[in-house]
Design a protein around this ligand. Structure first.
Ligand code: 13P
Length: 231
């Protein structure tokens, strides 16, 4: 990755962090974001406000856990472990969105009460067991909950969404939040019925075939670092 591409990627990460807060799925300094690079990944620093964060504040880390830059996010372990384990994604986005976290406070898994549960890649969106923030145990729990999935809840903590691109990970985090809100609303009338597994298989296949949730012009976008067009 050239210096220009690295800089463009840093700018795109800052924009994604700010959009994450502006969209209402996160607030304050909660949450963190990482993107795979050639030799490791770029990660948000710990406890730094997104609106004043600068491109040079993003931390360069390798898979041994050594870094260059300010103090990395306390959650560097799950960013490292997910990116190491999941070669099918390039982006890890963590946030404390209100409705997903409300479900996570009750350790609820989101069932296939609505077909959109399939956007996370399976019939459910699991909730990882609670562990103290910033620990290896939390990372281990998250990896289990993310098996064959692109998103999970984190018990008494928040949610994680994955994607090939920053755009896609942010989109999924918003979908998880919307589904969580719908599920909480549906629960007010009692536990809703779920779609059977064979129907969910059809839904997931249909989503894959149609690149569901991706604008047609984004279908070919797999590169996380898109150079910015400067007028
Ligand atoms: P960091 O600021 O260290 O990334 O922590 C925020 C957070 O959400 C911890 O889970």
């Amino acid at each position: 990755m050239s210096n220009d591409q690295n800089y463009a990627l840093r700018i795109e990460m800052l924009e994604t962090c700010r959009r994450m807060n502006a969209s209402g799925i996160n607030q304050g300094m909660a949450g963190n974001l990482s993107v795979r690079t050639e030799d490791g990944f770029l990660l948000t620093p710990s406890s730094m406000p997104y609106d004043t964060m600068r491109p040079e504040d993003l931390v360069e880390m390798d898979f041994n856990g050594t870094y260059v830059g300010p103090r990395p996010s306390s959650e560097w372990r799950f960013h490292r472990d997910i990116l190491r384990e999941r070669k099918d994604v390039n982006v890890v986005l963590h946030c404390h969105s209100m409705y997903a976290t409300t479900l996570a406070c009750h350790h609820k898994t989101i069932p296939s009460f609505h077909y959109m549960t399939g956007v996370a890649g399976g019939t459910t969106i699991r909730c990882a067991g609670y562990a103290t923030f910033g620990t290896q145990e939390l990372s281990d729990n998250a990896l289990v909950a993310l098996k064959d999935r692109y998103a999970c809840l984190l018990g008494q903590h928040g949610q994680i969404s994955l994607g090939k691109t920053l755009e896609r990970a942010l989109w999924l985090a918003c979908e998880v939040e919307t589904l969580s809100r719908m599920y909480l609303q549906a629960l007010t009338l009692g536990e809703p019925p779920v779609l059977p597994d064979d129907e969910m298989e059809r839904v997931i296949e249909q989503m894959r075939r149609m690149s569901y949730g991706r604008a047609p012009d984004r279908d070919e976008v797999t590169d996380v670092a898109r150079p910015r067009q400067i007028a």
